[in-house]
Design a protein around this ligand. Structure first.
Ligand SMILES: C[S@@+](CC[C@H](N)C(=O)[O-])C[C@H]1O[C@@H](n2cnc3c(N)ncnc32)[C@H](O)[C@@H]1O
Length: 269
């Protein structure tokens, strides 16, 4: 029985990899460089678009055109930060946008996740894309390989959000699909906020309206933060899909003085 199950799992993975026209292989690397060519044929954009469409997604694919545009238009020598990549659906969209920049590959994606499959993620990966993972499995090797053909610079940072630090310079695009609880959200704000560029940085919060579904007070922390600091952020009108919202960082805010309490309750403004 165990042998049959193993064979089934291997077959399902190979089938998916075949769609990507590459054999599945585990990778220990934590970054991919722009223009990396080891055994890689650079594929035309339309082939990569088809690859990107195959990623199982919890929202990143659905807002693909928006993410692509942000990556395509990001100022040179800035970073794109994505917190909560899962299996790389949004990362692939960002990678398509980076490719559209042509020669200017000075923008790198830094994507953060624990990449440990939870039970519900295992179920979603199977249902959405026929992928077979086991609960507790390290999914980063799969994600790294799936994104390698895009041939753009991607840094993978594996671990808990609470342990994230940042020293890679100005951030022009910040996408968050994981920090919906106050402590984690406070940590990412303190970590990345000082690197946001007034008038430039776009913040995509994929769980901004999640509280409407969960009913949890905790999940309102992003909304409470934005409402309390509304003079520093402008909501991007017309952009809402599912739980998502996007904001332009307009004016410099001193994140060192961020008050945790502003994430816990309405500001009373
Ligand atoms: C909703 S999924 C991201 C979906 C992805 N953006 C997409 O569009 O397909 C949330 C991800 O955040 C990660 N995550 C949640 N809490 C985390 C934490 N405390 N530390 C690290 N990663 C975390 C999970 O592992 C999961 O991959």
């Amino acid at each position: 029985m165990a042998v049959l199950v193993m064979r089934y799992l291997q077959k399902a993975r190979l089938l998916w990899s075949a769609n990507f026209k590459r054999p599945f292989r585990r990778a220990a690397r934590s970054s991919i460089s722009a223009g990396e060519t080891d055994e890689q044929i650079v594929e035309p954009q339309e082939v990569l678009e088809r690859r990107a469409a195959l990623f199982p997604s919890m929202g990143g694919k659905e807002i693909g055109p928006f993410l692509r545009k942000l990556a395509r238009e990001a100022p040179s020598n800035t970073a794109i930060v994505e917190v909560g990549s899962w299996l790389g659906a949004g990362t692939a969209q960002l990678a398509l946008g980076l490719r559209e920049r042509g020669e200017d590959q000075s923008v790198r994606i830094h994507t953060f996740d624990r990449w440990i499959a939870s039970k519900s993620e295992v179920e979603k990966a199977s249902r959405k894309a026929g992928l077979q993972f086991s609960p507790g499995e390290d999914t980063l090797p799969w994600v790294t390989e799936a994104l390698r053909p895009f041939g753009v610079g991607i840094e993978f940072v594996k671990g808990d959000i609470a342990a994230i630090d940042w020293a890679a310079g100005p951030v022009s695009v910040y996408i968050d699909d994981a920090s919906k609880a106050p402590s984690r959200f406070y940590h990412v704000l303190r970590t990345f906020g000082p690197f946001w560029i007034p008038g430039v940085t776009v913040i995509v919060m994929m769980d901004y309206h999640y509280w409407e579904k969960s009913g949890s007070e905790e999940h309102k922390c992003q909304k409470y933060f934005m409402e309390a600091h509304s003079q520093y952020f402008a909501q991007i009108e017309g952009f809402r899909r599912a739980s998502n919202a996007a904001f332009l960082y307009c004016k410099k805010f001193d994140f060192a003085r961020l008050d945790f309490n502003t994430l816990l309750a309405p500001s009373g403004k």
